[in-house]
Design a protein around this ligand. Sequence first.
Ligand SMILES: [Zn+2]
Length: 92
Amino acid sequence: MTQVAHQMMLDGNAVAGLLQEVFGAEMTDQPACCAHCGRTSRIGAMQVYGQEMGKVLRCPYCEQVVMRLMERPDGVLLEMRGLQYVRLRQVE
Ligand SMILES: [Zn+2]
């Protein structure tokens, strides 16, 4: 990974607000399983790259893309084909 890429890197907490809006729940503590390497990590531990337009989340183990978020005037686009699953806690 280049030095520039490291400087742009945030962690999953950087998208906490947007994910909460999409899922209606706090998501950073939820476990998600990478479809590339099969390992599970908290969404808050994932590597986030991006700017205002869109964000890319990468697996902290294999660095493959697991999720893409894009905010558009007509809504939020969420692509999650890099994940096997996200586990959601029961909402009381
Ligand atoms: Zn992975």
